[in-house]
Write a protein that binds this ligand. Structure first.
Ligand code: M6R
Length: 364
């Protein structure tokens, strides 16, 4: 049932091009020029804000979605951790939609947060992998991510499928609210249609990433840096690494480096920089140079153009396929997953069942 892979996590990483293609089909309109939701309809012109709540990796998917909704749809988004949201007495207006993201649909804090919002928000949306779950059942509209069963405790394909569903929602919202034209929408759809193939290409970097993971396995601490929608990916890279390899890892917004974490940098600390060429690339590169000037060992994850421009003095470079900046967070999940996976394998930890963790956290 691991389909020839050593671990469920490896199988689930490898499945991503296929499940993403299925999910994309489910979210595409018949003429493939726009988004059609697989279940029900939403009118994003009727809300003035979206409150997104989730835990762990699902929360990081929400953090990416915040960049998307604000940029593509001009809609303000709050992102919260469910265990904080549920007890903080947050202000939820009746003009806002509340959106809950959960692979299992059974996470206790997320479900409690949903019940709190139900009394207050105009609509309860959820993005779930398990359609018959409690969170799906208690939502006004549950959107499936179509990842299939995810066994590995470390979420991989569910994360990229959550991102795909959230990207589709952001595009739908942008189009409904007149922020993107028909032509812009069609261009985004073309980009989306290229995504499964590009993701597949990125899987061929596995051997190169495995070699780098072998070198990272002896580290005590690893930092991940990213800017813009790559910031949540830096957080995800760090979360994945710590949960399965037990190496201490932190994700930071590149611009925060000078505000504290740069004090940690020395030659023993690998720093993974996630930097596709986009409008923020040069800024991220200058943060990366500050790391190198202090002896930090940089693993740069970028595309061919970025590698040409910035790989001087870099310890290791992972050259990703080129992708539209909007979809980069989905693609850059792959090297983050592979790096964590192979580091854990090199350390000999229990990849699919890491210590102290449960697949679904159904108690507080
Ligand atoms: O089932 P959920 O998506 O609600 O689970 C949320 C988190 O527990 C989950 O994403 C967790 O952080 C993963 N182990 C991360 O890999």
């Amino acid at each position: 049932e691991k389909a020839g892979h050593k671990h469920f996590m490896a199988k689930e990483i490898a499945e991503q091009p296929i499940v993403l293609a299925d999910a994309l089909k489910a979210y595409s309109s018949n003429d493939a020029k726009g988004i059609a939701l697989p279940s029900g309809t939403i009118d994003f012109t009727k809300c003035d804000r979206i409150t997104m709540v989730a835990c762990g990796t699902a929360n990081l998917a929400c953090q990416v979605a915040k960049y998307w909704f604000e940029q593509i749809a001009g809609l303000p988004v709050d992102v919260d951790i469910a265990s904080e949201f549920r007890y903080r007495k947050p202000v939820v207006s009746d003009k806002s939609y509340a959106l809950f993201v959960s692979q299992s649909g059974e996470t206790a804090d997320t479900l409690a947060a949903l019940r709190y919002a139900k009394e207050r928000a105009a609509m309860i949306l959820s993005v779930v992998n398990v359609p018959e779950s409690s969170i799906a059942r208690e939502s006004d509209l549950a959107l499936p991510i179509m990842a299939g069963v995810e066994v590995g405790v470390a979420s991989t394909k569910a994360f990229t499928c959550q991102l795909l569903a959230l990207a589709a929602l952001a595009l739908k919202a942008g189009h409904q609210r007149g922020h993107i034209s028909d032509a812009e929408m069609a261009k985004h759809m073309d980009d989306l249609n290229l995504l499964p193939g590009i993701l597949n290409q990125s899987l061929s970097l596995e051997k190169a990433i495995e070699r780098i993971a072998g070198k990272i396995a002896s580290a005590q601490d690893v930092l991940f840096l990213g800017r813009g929608s790559m910031f949540p990916l830096a957080l995800e890279g760090a979360l994945k690494l710590k949960e399965i390899s037990y190496i201490h890892a932190e994700g930071y917004a590149s611009g925060e480096l000078k505000h504290g974490p740069i004090a940690l940098i020395d030659k023993t600390v690998p720093v993974v920089v996630m930097a596709p060429t986009d409008e923020l690339f040069d800024k991220t590169v200058s943060n990366m140079q500050e790391v190198m000037a202090r002896g930090g060992k940089v693993v740069l994850i970028t595309d061919a153009e970025g590698a040409k421009e910035a790989s001087d003095g870099v310890w290791q470079t992972i050259v990703m396929p080129t992708i539209s900046p909007f979809l980069a967070p989905i693609l850059y999940a792959v090297p983050a997953q592979l790096l964590a996976y192979h580091t854990a394998v090199a350390k000999g930890t229990d990849v699919d069942q890491p210590r102290n963790l449960a697949k679904s956290v159904t108690v507080e």
